[in-house]
Design a protein around this ligand. Sequence first.
Ligand code: HEM
Length: 58
Amino acid sequence: MRNAGPRFQSKQRIDYLIHSLKEFRDNQRSGADTLMAAAIFGASDAELVALAHYAASK
Ligand code: HEM
């Protein structure tokens, strides 16, 4: 599973990942109401930040 997710290393990329996760959660992406939005439905801002850093550490 090493290559299963996107690679995010720099702070800028982590910030962009957080931004994208919030867009999914809040259904502000075009093609809203997606599987991805369902995956993080109800997550708090802090949880999305933690998720982004976790993903970046992989
Ligand atoms: C059960 C967990 C997850 C499922 C089922 C899932 C599913 C999906 C799906 C189906 C898409 C395509 C867009 C859509 O149809 O919604 C997507 C996009 C995306 N997912 Fe997930 N996802 C999960 C977890 C995560 C996690 C943990 C992260 C990162 C922390 C993540 C980051 C992204 C990003 C950044 C995109 C957009 C990719 C792009 O626009 O090129 N996903 N996800």
